[in-house]
Design a binder for this molecule. Structure first.
Ligand code: PLP
Length: 408
């Protein structure tokens, strides 16, 4: 057989993919599986976006403009202006999801063996996109004990080498739910300026901020025009994950011209999805107010219930819709598999994302899971009850012995 590339072989698998067959088996046995593992919101897509696709009279489904139409980018610029961020249509390049934006940015700023520093745990695909370009991720640990706050700037500075091209953060964070403060963003801005690096901020969860806190975008930093890159998407903001529309925002024109070459090679973002995304910009503020209120109350229930379980630690997330939960076990991979293979309570079990896959440092996060609270409150309550009972059984019961043995 012709050989597969080393790059291909070293591409990381999705941290939850290996659990999918176990979830399918459980479902085949008639067990209801509550999916706490994925960030697919159950919130309705704004009607204006759906109607725009239904009601248009396109007769030729042609290519769209490579970087997205000027109209769409101008309306997008206006959206940011409403959020006190001053950018122009020209600063925006429309991509096929934040995924493509991340991929093209990494391809445009880093060569093989170059390095990107990322606080861990991080969105696992940052590793995949970096690997695809032969780029090395240099992790810096953020700890549950400090609420997953930004690690000290000294640690970032120590990690910078001649190969470092960028620092990448996700604000608010997937998987921790941490909201970086203005002070932390300013510290990073100062550091990248000092070392002439890019600062990539993935802001796809920018709308999901709780407890009256405010999101501070890196785009508000003056003097950072050459360094700052924002990644954004309609996926979560409008619950339009299937549209596959995102964007890169940067005032660095040379970088934009480079990214544009990657974009030209893939021709255009999807036309129908652009129509939906442009219409989505007319979504009334009341939609977001309702959605944020819903997520905040889901979070409150989830965190309150989790805190009732012995030896379980969780940080109250200030943004996005995820949290990392530390459990009194040694290996969350085997625990997650056991939940699907061997456990059910009243014919239901839960699927969780083992957190090891969100860390680049080996053996970190092995006792942690990530939970996405994109389910209704009653389901979340049932899910935490299942987790509590399952932990009791797992720790005490004979049934789980073989799994516990695997952990040692
Ligand atoms: C932090 C983060 N960035 C990027 C993405 C990808 O977004 P998109 O659907 O726009 O490709 C996700 C998706 O879950 C995400 O969580």
């Amino acid at each position: 057989m012709p050989a597969i590339s080393n790059k291909g072989l070293s591409m990381p698998e999705s941290p939850i993919r290996k659990l999918v067959p176990f979830a399918d088996n459980a479902k085949q046995k008639g067990i209801n599986v509550i999916h706490l593992n994925i960030g697919q919101p159950d919130i309705k897509t704004p009607q204006v976006a759906l109607d725009a696709v239904k009601n248009n009279d396109i007769s030729i489904l042609s290519y769209a403009k490579t970087e997205g139409s000027y109209n769409y980018r101008e309306k997008l610029a206006h959206y940011y202006l409403k959020n006190n961020i001053t950018i122009n249509a020209d600063d925006i390049l429309v991509t096929t999801g934040a995924s493509e934006a991340l991929s093209f940015v990494i391809g445009s700023i880093a060569d093989q063996y170059d390095e990107i520093i990322i606080p861990e745990p991080f969105y696992a695909n940052y590793n995949s996109f970096s690997t695809a370009f032969g780029v090395t991720v240099i992790p810096i640990v953020s700890k549950i004990e400090t609420g997953f706050a930004l690690p000290s700037i000294i640690e970032f500075e120590k990690a910078i080498t001649k190969k470092t091209k960028a620092i990448l953060i996700c604000n608010p964070n997937n998987p921790t739910g941490y909201l970086y403060s203005k002070k932390e963003i300013k510290q990073l801005a100062h550091l990248v300026k000092k070392h002439d690096l890019f600062l990539i901020v993935d802001e796809v969860y920018r709308e999901f901020i709780y407890d009256g806190k405010e999101h501070y975008s890196v785009l508000k930093e003056s003097n950072l025009e050459e360094n700052a890159i924002v990644i954004d998407s309609v996926s979560k903001r409008y619950s339009m994950c299937g549209a596959r529309i995102g964007c890169v925002i940067t005032k660095n024109q040379i970088l934009r011209n480079t990214i544009l070459k990657f974009m030209q090679a893939r021709l255009s973002p999807p036309t129908y999805a652009l129509i939906a995304s442009e219409a989505a910009l007319d979504t009334p503020q009341s939609y977001f107010d309702d959605v944020i209120e819903e997520y905040a109350s889901r979070r409150n229930i989830l965190i309150t219930e989790l805190n009732k379980i012995n030896e379980v630690t969780v940080v109250n997330p200030q943004g996005a819709f995820y949290c990392i939960v530390s459990l009194p076990i040694k290996n969350s991979d085997t625990f997650a598999q056991w939940l699907l293979e061997n456990y059910s309570l009243e014919n239901e079990t839960i699927m969780v994302a083992p957190a090891g896959g969100f860390y680049a440092t080996e053996n970190l996060g092995n006792n942690q899971i990530r939970i996405a609270y994109v389910l209704e409150k009653e389901i979340l309550k049932r899910a935490v009850r299942i987790l509590r009972e399952a932990l009791n059984t797992y720790i005490l019961n004979e049934h789980s012995k073989e799994y516990i043995l695997k952990e040692i």
